[in-house]
Ligand binder design. Structure first.
Ligand SMILES: O=P(O)(O)OC[C@H]1O[C@H](OP(=O)(O)OP(=O)(O)O)[C@H](O)[C@@H]1O
Ligand SMILES: Nc1nc2[nH]cnc2c(=O)[nH]1
Length: 180
């Protein structure tokens, strides 16, 4: 698997440091609130597991499965809810946890939905932000690392459902895409 990676963009060590830093900030900012962390599956999984253990507060966690990348490396622009939340977010301070913001189609759609459902506040924390990929205007409140406009895999991020288990974030070798 590691042989398919051309370049590591965010190392395992850097990811650990990002989780510690964001965890401290969120602990401070949500001190007197009762936040609900909402992870957007599947990509959020490793980040949510590591980040949540760095937040020194009592909070609930919930998950929603959304997808707009139907295989390959291009957003369809069509955000599908594959599994919805199992709790009400009415009146809650929601913190969405994501692995990446790219076009921002996913996050803008979900924020609109959560506001419509009556959340008291909706903010987001993302491990990666790719500002050059934007198709919609959006600035995440909490960002681990900005990255350039390249398709990345690892630490939750997939290519055709593979590579999510890489412990770092990297760029695939071009021949991997060309095999299809
Ligand atoms: O800003 P955008 O261009 O909308 O891209 C961001 C979304 O893309 C990925 O999800 P994907 O649709 O690939 O589903 P997954 O989490 O199951 O991999 C990622 O986890 C974000 O949810
Ligand atoms: N795996 C992966 N999914 C994404 N979704 C939006 N951008 C990306 C990306 O760079 N890699």
């Amino acid at each position: 698997m590691h042989n398919d990676i051309a370049q590591i963009l965010v190392s395992e060590q850097e990811i650990k440091e990002i989780c510690v830093k964001l965890g401290k900030q969120l602990t401070k900012d949500y001190q007197n609130k009762n936040p609900l962390l909402v992870g957007l599956l599947k990509g959020c999984m490793p980040f949510m597991a590591d980040l949540s253990r760095q937040i020194d507060l009592k909070f609930e966690m919930a998950y929603m499965s959304v997808s707009s990348y139907h295989g390959g490396i291009a957003s369809s622009g069509d955000v599908k809810i594959k599994m919805d939340l199992d709790i009400s977010i009415k009146g809650r301070d929601v913190l969405i946890v994501e692995d990446i913001v790219d076009t921002a189609n996913t996050i803008v759609t979900i924020i609109e939905l959560f506001k419509h459902r009556g959340a008291a506040s909706v903010k987001m924390v993302t491990l990666l932000d790719k500002p050059d990929g934007r198709l919609r205007e959006y600035q995440p409140e909490y960002v681990g690392r900005e990255i350039p406009k390249a398709f990345v895999v690892g630490y939750g991020l997939d290519y055709n459902e593979l590579y999510r288990n890489l412990p770092y974030v990297g760029v695939l070798k071009p021949e991997i895409y060309n095999q299809k």
